[in-house]
Design a protein around this ligand. Structure first.
Ligand code: F6R
Length: 320
């Protein structure tokens, strides 16, 4: 995963796409799976920064408030994902401010037919492995139209962290902790995108189910669910951002609560900026899930369930 190179490619690709006026309304992201997570990450970056809401839709229909002031960003690595294409077609009835991000497929044709800007991503990767190119392409593009999600220092910091990489041992020890266990990934609310990324990587690479829990909401329901859980071999990943010390007592409490039930790995994020934290955490998730796949003897690249689901989806879609 040479994500530092991908990040630079993403920034470059963004420069080549045609510009759109950003409008003044909310920003709507459409996309599924490894492409949809880009929207989650942008929402995390925008949360403490932009003066506009970022809403992520992982479904076939955009919300009813979409109008010509809404900026829509649709991400589909393959360019052929049914839900995302439908979402774009429906949003297009209300706004022309649509940026498409894809390596090709039907989405590229749509860009041509409707004269919409397209950020062209390098083809022939797995969507989830292209996270850095997809995310930096969007970050670079939004910055160029006045929507800054990360300062240039933060972008540099994050690329530096990607360049340094993560030692094999860290990923290995997490994989060992998760081996033959049911993983639960917990983070704070603002790092939800990262917890979801961990879950998705464990699902798709290691072929196991995983659950996400978010603090502080955790303390109002999940916590009770762990009082009398079904007897199963659980393991817990607790994502810890040392830059948010106000959450430390809550994370300590959660760690103690979980320790009664199974092993807990506390993952300390690196970096100052949100982008660095998201990328560091995603890189570790990727490496740990690949390690776990190899321990389990499963092929991380093949996602049979997704292919079958996409076939089933076609019969639910009147257009294709
Ligand atoms: C990730 C992956 C899936 C896809 C999802 C949507 O590697 O394979 O999660 O990202 O099925 O497909 P795309 O990204 O092509 O729109």
């Amino acid at each position: 995963l040479s994500w530092h190179k991908q990040a630079l490619r993403g920034l470059e690709a963004a420069e080549k796409a045609g510009r759109i006026e950003p409008g003044r309304g909310p920003i709507l992201f459409c996309g599924m799976g490894g492409s949809g997570i880009v929207g989650d990450m942008v929402a995390a970056l925008a949360y403490g920064r932009l003066r506009r809401p970022v809403i992520v839709v992982k479904d076939r229909t955009p919300p009813s408030w979409v109008n010509d002031d809404t900026l829509v960003v649709a991400v589909s690595y393959s360019g052929n994902t049914g839900e995302t294409l439908e979402c774009v077609e429906k949003a297009y009835r209300h706004t022309g401010r649509i940026l498409l991000v894809s390596s090709g497929g039907r989405m590229q044709e749509l860009a041509f037919e409707k004269n919409l800007p397209l950020i062209k991503i390098t083809p022939n990767l797995l969507p989830r492995a292209a996270l850095a190119e997809l995310l930096y392409a969007v970050v670079g593009y939004l910055r160029s139209i006045g929507l800054e999600l990360a300062s240039s220092c933060e972008v540099e910091e994050s690329i530096d962290i990607l360049r340094k990489g993560i030692g094999e041992d860290a990923a290995k020890s997490i994989a060992e902790l998760l081996y033959n266990k049911l993983p639960v990934v917990a983070s704070t609310f603002t790092l939800q995108a990262l917890a979801v990324r961990w879950k998705n990587e464990l699902n798709e690479n290691a072929k196991i189910p995983a659950k996400v829990e978010l603090i502080p909401e955790w303390g109002h329901n999940d916590v009770v669910g762990w009082e009398e859980p079904v007897n199963a071999p659980y393991a817990f990943i607790l994502i810890d951002d040392p830059g948010s010390p106000e959450y430390k007592p809550l994370l300590d409490f959660a760690a103690e609560w979980y320790e009664r039930l199974g092993p807990v790995a506390r993952v300390e994020l690196k970096g100052e900026g949100m982008l660095a934290k998201l990328m560091y955490g995603s890189l570790l998730a990727g490496l740990a899930s690949l390690e776990l796949a190899s321990m389990r003897g499963v092929d991380p690249a093949v996602t049979r369930g997704i292919a079958l689901y996409k076939e089933a989806y076609k019969s639910s879609s009147p257009n294709r």
